[in-house]
Design a protein around this ligand. Structure first.
Ligand SMILES: NC(=O)c1ccc[n+]([C@@H]2O[C@H](COP(=O)([O-])OP(=O)(O)OC[C@H]3O[C@@H](n4cnc5c(N)ncnc54)[C@H](OP(=O)(O)O)[C@@H]3O)[C@@H](O)[C@H]2O)c1
Length: 292
């Protein structure tokens, strides 16, 4: 019999992950703060847990994927939280992007309860969540990963075990810093090229055929050129990830000057945004700067 899986957090990422778990035949119990976001999954065969605690109590393995550190703390340690409901010998997998320090606190609490824990943030975007092709960056023990890998294979294709708890988040924050810088660099280069009267499409054509090509721009360059900033990876989440990366750098006594400069630009665009937009909307800063 397949292990019972719990899923807490049905946002842009969690919902398609839930759909793939159901397609793979796992019994699935779900909870989301906004209950209506579970409707589709309930129609497709998931069960509703009355609280994060109820999800944990019904599950052998619980996956959490919520926005940020306060959201994770709330669903884990708040009233009727996940940790209170976890059974001895069960596994908690957190795929939210949060700080390594928070994940080490979660790991310590899990150890007290005889629960195994992996920090397992993901990359691959909403399209990776939909196609079941996410890449996992994992902190924890090999033995725990071996136990849950058959479940994670329903939602992901590559699983990198990077060290003890917290290591998954460390690499994830570094990865997102690179993505943020690549998109920011493209936005600046676009301002330069279009400012000089050359079409942005020409830049993309050459760039993606060159050593400077970036996979992220296969997806983000077209939306930037169209000015279509519907959130796929929301700016508010990229901003949070850059803040967490810079905080980690500060704790380690490391300076990240390019990251810090890009964070300023992302902060300006986030402060000016009137709606939820994708992080590629950072290009607005340069378009506005140019037209000013
Ligand atoms: N989108 C991407 O491309 C992507 C890629 C890789 C990693 N990630 C990471 O994956 C995580 C989820 O991202 P997402 O895109 O799915 O975000 P999202 O669409 O904004 O969904 C966020 C989820 O967190 C829940 N949440 C927020 N605050 C909460 C609180 N105080 N208490 C309980 N639940 C709360 C939301 O509940 P409600 O529905 O009630 O608001 C929702 O389920 C984030 O850490 C993000 O950085 C995202």
């Amino acid at each position: 019999m397949k292990p019972a899986v719990g899923l807490v957090g049905l946002g842009l990422m969690g919902k398609p992950m839930g759909r793939n778990l159901l397609k793979a035949g796992f019994p699935l119990t779900v909870w989301n703060r906004t209950a209506s976001k579970a409707d589709d999954l309930l129609r497709e065969g998931a069960r509703w847990g009355e609280s994060p605690l109820a999800v944990a109590a019904a599950s052998d393995v619980v996956i959490t994927i919520v926005s940020d550190p306060p959201a994770l703390e709330g669903i884990l340690w708040g009233a009727n939280g996940v940790l209170e409901g976890m059974r001895k010998g069960s596994v908690l997998v957190d795929s939210s992007t949060v700080s390594p320090e928070l994940e080490r606190r979660v790991a310590a609490d899990c150890a007290q309860r005889a629960v195994d824990f992996l920090d397992a943030p993901v990359t691959g975007g909403t399209w990776g969540a939909e196609s079941g092709d996410l890449v996992f960056m994992i902190g924890g023990r090999q033995e725990t990963l071996t136990r849950v890998e058959p479940i994670l294979q329903a939602v992901g294709k590559r699983f990198f075990l990077l060290g003890p708890n917290g290591a998954g988040q460390t690499v994830k924050l570094a990865m997102n810093m690179i993505l943020a810088l690549q998109v920011e660099a493209f936005a600046e280069a676009l301002a330069l090229v279009t400012g000089a009267g050359v079409a942005g499409e020409k830049l993309v054509e050459v760039l993606q055929s060159s050593m400077a090509r970036a996979g992220v721009l296969d997806v983000k360059a077209p939306v930037i050129l169209k000015g279509d900033f519907k959130p796929s990876f929301p700016l508010r989440l990229m901003h949070k990830d850059m803040r967490l990366a810079l905080e980690l750098a500060k704790q380690l006594g490391i300076t990240l000057p390019a990251g810090a400069a890009a964070f300023e630009t992302y902060s300006t665009v986030k402060a000016a945004a009137k709606e939820d937009v994708d992080f590629s909307a950072v290009a607005r800063f340069w378009q506005k700067a140019q037209s000013a």
